[in-house]
Design a protein around this ligand. Structure first.
Ligand code: ADP
Ligand code: NI
Length: 214
């Protein structure tokens, strides 16, 4: 491992001390490993992939009063201090800025392959067994309801139905997790997403069955 990546790991671990369990160092480590795995089948700049995977959640705006620029500033300061070339810094910051599900669709034209890779890795960690665990952890952190039985959520809910279900952890599956499989960018990402998606469908089926004491 290069000294730069080693120093980035140390920096990120330190920054994320005390982070919510779904957005902590172990999330970063999984995304970093998944990114490297996906990168094996793609022609890309591996240094940019690794740096952006490691820095992508350094200061998530959800936990910093919606300040989206903080992560960029912290990352830029760090990379400049490490004497990383301006070109690599710009590529890395572009990825950190545009990786998020919330901001999807804001970039025009073709995405750089390095962004596609890290975005797939981040999305893979949002689905499957880990995705389920992270989502319930986040919901608990926010003291949200797990589920509300009045209107069972489903894909393509009407606005009214959606409003009623908003805020429950189960609803997050329908507003995000179940949509990710079809948003994967890379071949490898799509393959890995398929199994995780099926696992979530099985989980939901079992959840409703147990909830309804069938
Ligand atoms: P992005 O940064 O890609 O827009 P988020 O940071 O909002 O995505 O989401 C990352 C993860 O945090 C989700 O995959 C989920 O596990 C959890 N999460 C975010 N919002 C919610 C929510 N409203 N309820 C439950 N979990 C959530
Ligand atoms: Ni992330």
């Amino acid at each position: 491992m290069s000294p730069l990546i080693q120093r980035t790991i140390t920096f990120v671990k330190d920054q994320l001390q005390g982070a919510e369990a779904g957005h902590d160092w172990f999330h970063i480590e999984r995304v970093w490993k998944l990114s490297k795995k996906i990168a094996q089948s793609e022609n890309c700049n591996l240094e940019v992939v690794e740096l952006s995977a490691l820095l992508h959640d350094i200061a998530d705006s959800k936990f910093h009063d919606g300040d989206e620029n903080l992560a960029l500033k912290i990352s830029r300061d760090f990379l400049e201090n490490q004497n990383v070339s301006p070109e690599i810094i710009e590529q890395t910051l572009f990825i950190i800025k545009n990786i998020s599900f919330k901001n999807r669709g804001e970039v025009r034209g073709d995405l750089p392959i390095e962004l596609k890779i890290v975005q797939d890795a981040d999305r893979l960690d949002a689905i499957g067994a880990i995705g389920i665990a992270r989502t319930f952890n986040f919901g608990g952190f926010k003291n949200n309801l797990m589920y509300h039985p009045e209107i069972p959520p489903k894909l393509n809910m009407s606005k009214e139905e959606y409003k009623k279900n908003q805020g429950t952890t189960i609803n997050h599956f329908y507003e995000k997790l179940l949509l990710l499989k079809d948003l994967m960018n890379t071949r490898k990402g799509k393959d890995l997403a398929e199994e995780r998606h099926q696992f979530m469908l099985g989980f939901l089926e079992e959840f409703y069955k147990e909830w309804n004491v069938e």
